[in-house]
Write a protein that binds this ligand. Structure first.
Ligand SMILES: C[S@@+](CC[C@H](N)C(=O)[O-])C[C@H]1O[C@@H](n2cnc3c(N)ncnc32)[C@H](O)[C@@H]1O
Length: 275
């Protein structure tokens, strides 16, 4: 494992996460009471605009029940559970962080979806799947943690069927370097942001054709403005997952967006023939 990957894994090490979640979720009822995926959305949608962003990305990607979906950098599995519940598809999630994968499996047990949604710990740069295994690949707020973008996008292209779709929702560099710490990196050493244009070029060079290209920075800024008024959602929330400094990390994301340093990109690509 490279130093960069080890640093990223360390950032998401979340010691004792499943135990923390068990304790926090006791407020929603006993262990054997089934939870609806949406009940977890304040803690398991680890990206700007939360559940609204996942809903929109799934719509743009055109997910339907017969499709097999891969969620790369699946976090604690919120998007995967939501997609399976709303679209009826099977979802496989992979993540670098073992505590996140363990927590994702636990939460999926709590929502009764373990037959439809599964998780493995793996790197996005070495996906443990055969070529052409999936109809859809999702990447939400993960690329900014990955230095080797050409390899990342080639791996995603490899595991997609020809004609399959790759939907990405990520943070991009728009101006000066961001203020740290941010939710994906406490220091610049584990943050690998690209501009919108460089992101598009790297994806296309890996064998993709652009279908949808959307700058969602203004929507993200509106969401930040609303959060500044309302305050963070009640516990359990992403602070339960990432620890007590999450408020500071999230505040810096807002500041970077508002100052025009960072932007948010939504894009959908079709997997072209591999030459
Ligand atoms: C900000 S979280 C987003 C999680 C999830 N996609 C979501 O939106 O709820 C970033 C996730 O990417 C994962 N990640 C970062 N680099 C990775 C890599 N090289 N391979 C697999 N997962 C990675 C992290 O462990 C973390 O769970």
């Amino acid at each position: 494992m490279t130093d960069a990957l080890a640093g990223v894994r360390d950032h998401y090490r979340a010691t004792g996460l499943t135990q923390r979640l068990k304790a926090a979720l006791a407020a929603l009822g006993p262990e054997d009471r089934r939870l609806a995926p949406e009940q977890l959305s304040s803690l398991d949608q680890f990206h700007t605009r939360g559940l609204a962003a996942t809903t929109e990305l799934a719509r743009l990607a055109g997910i339907s029940a017969e499709m097999s979906v891969l969620d790369i950098g699946a976090g604690i599995g919120g998007p995967a559970r939501f997609l399976a519940a709303t679209h009826g598809c099977r979802v496989t999630g992979v993540d670098l962080s073992e505590p996140f994968v363990e927590a994702a499996r636990y939460l999926t047990g709590r929502t009764g979806q373990s037959g439809q949604v599964s998780f493995q710990s793996a790197s996005a740069l070495e996906l443990p799947f055969e070529d052409g295994s999936f109809d859809i690949a999702l990447l939400q707020h993960v690329a900014m943690n990955i230095a080797d973008r050409p390899l990342l996008y080639r791996e995603i292209r490899r595991v997609l069927k020809q004609g399959g779709r790759f939907a990405t929702y990520d943070v991009v560099l728009k101006g000066e370097s961001p203020h740290f710490p941010v939710p994906w990196a406490r220091t610049p050493e584990t943050s690998f942001l690209l501009t919108e244009a460089a992101t598009g070029e790297a994806i296309e060079a890996a064998g993709f054709r652009r279908l949808i290209w959307q700058d969602d920075t203004e929507a993200a800024k509106a969401w930040i403005a609303q959060l500044r008024t309302s305050g963070p959602p009640p516990q359990p929330n992403l602070g339960t997952v990432m620890g007590p400094d999450f408020r500071e990390l999230a505040a810096n994301l807002g500041r970077n967006l508002m100052e025009g340093r960072l932007g948010i990109l939504t894009a959908v690509f079709e997997a072209a023939a591999i030459r």
